[in-house]
Design a protein around this ligand. Structure first.
Ligand code: NDP
Ligand code: OXD
Length: 311
């Protein structure tokens, strides 16, 4: 029997890498998407940006795998049939990449690396003081797959970690806050705030001036969730007033970040191109194969997005 066909309509720049990784996987027949591709017999779809007309052209579709962990764009696509499950990407490569980014940026803010870089650029020998990791309050908005992995890594490095989620968590070493009512207590006096939330109507705009004012004076922001979490107009005034010392932003209201946007040139804003973490072709496809085997074996899919919750 021939293996199930998986149509790759993920990020175009990754297509060749996925085709290569799929060549060694006997469980699937990966079909790269092109407008003229033969769609006969496609049962599974790997998708990132909605492609007009695509789900409708696939009458045998059993599941859509989102190319990333954030499903807000695909959930908002009216062309996605309500009976077809949408699966969030949960795979070790994506988790590893995010854990690295969060640790890297947390250490950058903890040690105020930019002061050393500025001093070197000016040829100044300028040692500076920094607290011990265990004296630095770090908080993660969103304690899901990625937030939990980041929390575990930060704990390893000695940072005290708080987390905020809808439902309270029992995670060794993490102080858990749950629901809107506990958000102010979660934020109070935090020195490094990391956003790893999904974008939903409830979380949109959560990184705003009111919440910045609840943090410790001179706190840092790391936004790796979505651009829509940040009220962009509130950020530079918060940094310029000293409420925040700096920010690392991987995601933006408009991507690519437009030329001339004030974030590009601000000395206390570190910009990365929505690249904190990406699905790894080999481990991502292995995970999709595992899920397809579940479906073909009559088992339920895992990590199915909940359309009501929006993530
Ligand atoms: P999960 O679905 O596993 O976790 C989401 C977390 O957010 C859960 O802990 C959930 O709470 C919490 N949450 C959702 N809504 C609320 C709310 N209204 N109030 C409080 N907590 C809330 O997602 P992942 O960890 O896999 O991914 C998180 C996000 O990271 C993605 O949606 C995406 O936007 C972003 N991302 C960014 C990448 C990048 O490169 N920049 C790469 C990958 C992901 P509960 O546990 O109680 O349900
Ligand atoms: C994701 C992303 O959602 O890359 O996985 O942003």
């Amino acid at each position: 029997m021939s293996p199930p066909k998986l149509l790759f309509a993920g990020a175009d720049e990754y297509q060749a890498m996925f085709v290569e990784a799929a060549a060694s996987l006997p469980d699937i027949d990966l079909v790269p998407y092109r407008p003229d591709v033969d769609l006969t017999g496609i049962e599974y779809l790997l998708m990132w940006r909605p492609v007009p007309g695509l789900p409708a052209a696939l009458p045998k579709l059993k599941a859509v795998f989102c190319f990333g962990a954030g499903v807000e764009r695909l959930l908002a696509n009216p062309e996605l049939p309500s009976h077809v499950p949408l699966v969030r990407m949960v795979e070790p490569g994506l988790t590893q990449g995010m854990t690295e980014y969060v640790l890297w940026q947390t250490l950058r803010h903890h040690r105020r690396i930019w002061e050393l870089e500025e001093a070197q650029a000016e040829g100044r020998w300028a040692p500076h003081w920094y607290p011990a990791a265990w004296e630095r309050q770090v908080g993660i908005l969103g304690l899901g797959t990625l937030g939990q992995a980041a929390a575990a890594q930060l704990l390893e490095y000695g940072f005290p970690v708080r987390g905020w989620s809808r439902n309270r968590k029992e995670l060794a070493g993490v102080k858990s806050f749950a629901g809107d009512g506990e958000l102010p207590d979660f934020l109070r006096d935090l020195e490094i705030l990391i956003c790893l939330l999904p974008l939903t109507p409830e979380t949109s705009g959560i990184l705003n001036a009111v919440n910045f004012a609840r943090l410790a004076l001179g706190a840092s922001l790391i936004n790796v969730g979505r651009g829509g979490h940040l009220v962009e107009a509130d950020l530079i005034p918060a940094i310029d007033s000293g409420q925040l010392q700096a920010a690392s932003l991987d995601v933006f209201a408009q991507e690519p970040l437009p030329p001339g946007h004030p974030f590009w040139a601000h000395p206390r804003i570190f910009v990365t191109p929505h690249n904190a973490s990406d699905t790894n072709p080999a481990s991502g496809l292995r995970e999709i194969c595992r899920q397809i085997r579940r479906v073909e074996g009559g088992l339920p899919l895992e990590h199915v997005a909940d359309r009501g919750r929006g993530y």
